[in-house]
Design a protein around this ligand. Structure first.
Ligand code: GCV
Length: 612
């Protein structure tokens, strides 16, 4: 395979390659520190346990890192980054907050990548494992240094030949697992619930004895090839994927059957809660897709086995620019849960437009008790492009996800600034300018692409670019119901009843349009265009203003980027991408403003140009 040049990402201060011979996190830690600090400046005391905990002590410029086998590796990266950025060393013993910090790669085995915006798969091609070991090792360093410890290697939509990952391709799986093991990264595989059918059985019914035995035997073979496999991930009864409902079994029955097959090996069964009717009739205004997951899973709370983790997207829909927190994350009390976020910018600019996610994650963790979930999981934004993520700044989201997984109380500005300095190595003033730009980027995007909680106004299928009625007359349950008088869906008690899924305090907040936060107003309420907002503007004026302002803010990013001493080729790429972003922002501004102007007939109070 031809080796492409790739960015060193935030590991610029470290040497490009590690020796191929390193087999344990402790060895990696020693090697990274020896080349960064020099031999004789540090000691590593690994206690032999598998703990991820560590402590760092300094005495007269000599550093001692103590901890478990994996812990000392995290300690080494913490020390290196602290010395590089001038940050304080942690006090006492520290360990990552979540034991499972998962990156979900939606890679297909033929090499494409579902919702991928940065080239092709880093490890699959033409139905086989196919990768540069050097590059995968570098990936391992990136993941470890960010704190990520599980890599799900294939998309949850498991099609042939990905089903074979747990059958004919076990030796490839084992080799790949071995490459990432020294970085404390364990693999997980997405499996197809109906796989027994592909293997020749007549059913995939989770209560059928032959099916149960088939999965047990599969688990035995898989874990004998990869003894530290983290587990299986399953998307069932969702978007045409098979599942237990086809056999009139519940999701608890389906998940528990698989969980029991893998439990003897310590495997976790990550079951995705992204289940809704994707064949809805758009004329049906009583059915609300936002209600679906809560309605399905709340009655099953407590029915899942100990090694099942229900993976729940952060909002009730599907990674829109702004959604309220999924009520399922708040409601389930007796089920292990993983929070799912999406680094791949499917609805948030596709790694062309800048969209830094840390402010969003801070909001998510502020709304839910961090302890109420036991794992975090992110859809990957990586591919084989030069910068790993298409836009070089999109790599921030991978780094920052790791930081929030290690510490859900992380501070967005600090994380962004740390990433900016480590990745670009600029002076303090320039780092601060880039940090400000990135910190504001989400609200810039939100203003031109999806304000007031209205989502889905995107081009169908590709999901990039504006199309206000693109999803309006489709079966996906994604409607804005805009007409000449009003826009939005009433999700209150008098509407679809979605608000009733929240605990009382939140229910009251959202139920009442006077208290509902502006950013979610049209998510929860259907409002006339002349509705008077808290700030004294009408709804339609706010829509116009936001689109003009969002577009202006995108345009204003260009001179800032031009002025920064970014290293090449990052600068060239940033200037190239900002041209596309500005074009996109202008299109959003003009299409959305024209759309609502045509519907409402109300002109812009400030007389700006809106096309007829
Ligand atoms: C993996 C959205 C995406 C799909 C994705 C799905 C999911 O619908 O568009 O590509 O499928 O979410 O999360 O399962």
């Amino acid at each position: 395979m031809i080796e492409t040049v790739y960015s060193r990402a935030w590991l610029r201060c470290l040497r490009a390659d590690l020796p191929d011979s390193l087999t344990s996190p402790e060895e990696v830690a020693k090697c990274e520190l020896a080349s960064f600090l020099g031999k004789g400046c540090f000691e590593i005391k690994a206690d032999g346990s598998s703990s991820e905990e560590y402590s760092i002590k300094e005495s007269n410029g000599f550093y001692t890192i103590s901890g478990g086998k994996a812990g000392v590796l995290y300690g080494a990266y913490t020390l290196i980054f602290a010395l590089e950025t001038g940050a304080a060393l942690p006090n006492g013993s520290v360990k990552p907050y979540y034991p499972l910090r998962m990156l979900n790669s939606w890679d297909n085995m033929e090499g494409s990548w579902e919702r991928g915006y940065a080239g092709r798969s880093l490890w699959f091609d033409i139905g086989e494992f196919c990768y540069s070991e050097k590059r995968i090792r570098f990936l391992g360093r990136m993941l470890a240094s960010a704190g990520i410890n599980v890599l799900v290697i294939n998309t949850v939509n498991v099609h042939y030949p990905a089903q074979e990952l747990i059958r004919d391709k076990l030796s490839g799986l084992a080799r790949f697992a071995a490459l990432l093991r020294p970085f404390n990264v364990r693999l997980m595989v997405s499996v197809d619930f109906a796989m027994p059918l592909a293997a020749g059985l007549t059913t995939a019914d989770p209560l059928d004895k032959e099916v149960i035995d088939w999965w047990r035997e599969r688990a035995r073979c898989v874990w004998s090839a990869v003894p530290d496999l983290a587990g299986f991930m399953v998307k069932a009864d969702s978007e045409h994927r098979p599942g237990p409902n086809e056999y009139n079994r519940t999701h608890a029955e389906g998940a528990n059957m698989l969980a029991r097959a893998i439990a003897p090996y310590g495997g976790k069964l990550v079951w995705r809660a992204f289940v809704y009717n994707c064949l809805q009739d758009w004329r049906d205004t009583a059915t609300d897709r936002a209600n679906a997951a809560y309605d399905l899973y709340m009655p099953l709370d407590g029915a899942f086995d100990e090694n099942v983790i229900l993976q729940i997207k952060h909002g009730p829909f599907d990674f829109q620019v702004r959604e309220p927190l999924s009520p399922l994350l708040l409601g389930l009390k007796h089920t292990y849960k993983a929070l799912e976020v999406q680094l791949a910018q499917e609805y948030t600019g596709q790694q062309i437009d800048i969209y830094a996610m840390p402010p969003m994650w801070q909001e998510i963790f502020a709304q839910m008790d961090a302890e109420s979930v036991s794992a975090v999981s992110a859809v990957s934004n990586l591919g084989n492009s030069e910068f790993w993520t298409g836009h070089p700044f999109a790599l921030l989201n991978l780094y920052a996800f790791g930081r929030f997984a290690v510490n859900p109380y992380a501070e967005p500005r600090a994380v962004i600034s740390e990433w900016a300095f480590l990745s670009c190595g600029m002076d303090d003033e320039s780092t601060a300018k880039l940090t400000d730009l990135l910190l504001a980027s989400r609200s810039v995007y939100e203003k031109y692409a999806s304000q007031l909680g209205l989502g889905w106004m995107v081009t169908p299928n590709s999901h990039y670019g504006v199309n206000p009625w693109g999803y309006e007359f489709q079966s996906w349950g994604t409607y804005n119901r805009a007409d000449r008088n009003a826009v939005g869906v009433d999700r209150t008690d008098s509407g679809t009843g979605y608000t009733s899924q929240y605990p009382d305090e939140l229910r009251r907040l959202y139920e009442n349009k006077a208290s509902c936060p502006d950013k979610l107003l049209l998510f929860f309420h259907r409002l006339p265009y002349d509705y008077m907002m808290r700030d004294g503007r009408t709804l339609i004026q706010r829509i116009y203003d936001d689109h003009f302002e969002g577009c202006e803010a995108a345009e204003a990013m260009k001179p800032v980027l031009s002025s920064l001493p970014l290293p090449e080729p990052v600068k060239e790429a940033a200037l190239r991408f900002i041209e596309e972003q500005i074009k996109n922002a202008r299109e959003w501004r003009d299409v959305i403003n024209t759309f609502f102007h045509r519907l409402s007939g109300i002109p812009d109070a400030r007389g700006r140009r809106i096309y007829d």
